[in-house]
Design a protein around this ligand. Structure first.
Ligand SMILES: NC(=O)C1=CN([C@@H]2O[C@H](COP(=O)(O)OP(=O)(O)OC[C@H]3O[C@@H](n4cnc5c(N)ncnc54)[C@H](OP(=O)(O)O)[C@@H]3O)[C@@H](O)[C@H]2O)C=CC1
Ligand SMILES: O=C(O)C1=N[C@H](C(=O)O)C[C@H](O)C1
Length: 267
């Protein structure tokens, strides 16, 4: 039985993760944590999602939930993720991280744990998005040099970071296949008299509205035709089930390192 702890248990993904764990064989929720000002402290984690008592009280103390055979699943905010990662390292536990919006310094700090912790870190845990990354690399190799490449993403009104982690992963997959650095060729904003499109750049556009779960399109536009590769998520369970799958995979690997969802899927 794989022992799992969910941080940010009262968040959109936290709740979806508890649901996914309850629906996955050979996994057991052994802890659920929230921020210290949450109204859900002390509530049963099962009751938090309307599934009846599990005997796991929502708490603020992650370290108290940890042991070397526990895997944490963390979809929160960058500062919390790094705090949680520190606790995980101290306990010799492992972690699956889904948080997006980390800046360069935060990413560097996360990477610094790869010798000490077994962790999976991905901007998107859906199988479909990770398949899409493969398709994008193929498209980039065949038509990337002769196309204008644009990444368009749409999410719900509550999302706080842009572009999405997935959009950045897609941009990096395309840039990598073209032997480019996204930091140099990415265009993240356009307004006013921008001038004509600079050849070889990768543009990003962001839509925020309503309850859109997550939609991404990469457009390869050239003279006379364009190719669009799209993924549309319609349920957060897609991400949650993928993260639980990653946690089960980590338990088998149990080797310190920084892994991607593509590693988990064996792509
Ligand atoms: N990789 C993937 O497949 C996916 C990644 N995501 C990413 O997951 C993250 C969470 O998304 P979502 O669930 O929609 O967001 P929510 O805002 O619904 O949840 C965030 C959770 O983190 C908690 N939190 C915030 N600040 C802190 C803190 N300082 N310490 C401890 N906990 C804190 C929140 O608590 P409180 O509510 O009390 O503030 C809440 O429980 C985002 O970065 C999102 O982009 C989302 C979906 C899929
Ligand atoms: O915040 C979200 O909701 C999502 N975030 C991830 C991202 O930033 O790419 C993954 C998914 O699209 C949903």
């Amino acid at each position: 039985m794989q022992k799992l702890v969910v941080t940010g248990a009262d968040g959109r993904m936290g709740r979806a993760l508890i649901e996914a764990i309850l629906d996955t064989e050979q996994t057991q929720l052994v802890g659920a944590t929230v921020k210290d000002d949450s109204p859900f402290i002390g509530v049963d984690a099962g009751e938090l999602i309307g599934r009846g008592k599990l005997g796991v009280s929502v708490s603020v103390d992650l370290s108290a939930c940890l042991a070397s055979d526990v895997t944490v699943i963390d979809f929160t905010v960058p500062v919390a993720t790094l705090n949680h990662l520190k606790c995980v390292a101290e306990a010799g536990a492992s972690i699956v991280i889904g948080t997006t919006g980390l800046n360069e310094q935060e990413l560097e700090e996360l990477r610094s744990y790869k010798e000490k912790v077994a962790m999976v870190f991905a901007g998107n845990y859906s199988v479909g998005v990770n398949l899409t990354l493969q398709l994008l690399r193929m498209a980039a190799k065949i038509i990337g040099d002769s196309s204008d490449i644009e990444v368009i993403e749409a999410h719900h009104r509550h999302k706080v970071d842009a572009p999405s982690g997935t959009a950045l992963m897609m941009g990096e997959a395309v840039a990598g296949a073209l032997n480019k650095d996204l930091k140099e060729c990415g265009v993240f904003a356009r307004e006013g008299i921008t001038g004509a499109r600079e050849p070889g750049t990768i543009g990003f556009s962001t839509i925020r509205g309503g309850d859109i779960v997550g939609e991404h399109t990469v457009m390869f536009a050239s003279e006379g035709e364009r190719v669009e590769i799209s993924h549309k998520a319609s349920s957060r369970q897609t991400f949650a089930r993928g993260a639980v799958r990653a946690a089960k995979w980590l338990n088998h690997e149990n080797v310190c390192g920084l892994y991607s969802m593509e590693d988990v899927l064996g792509f």
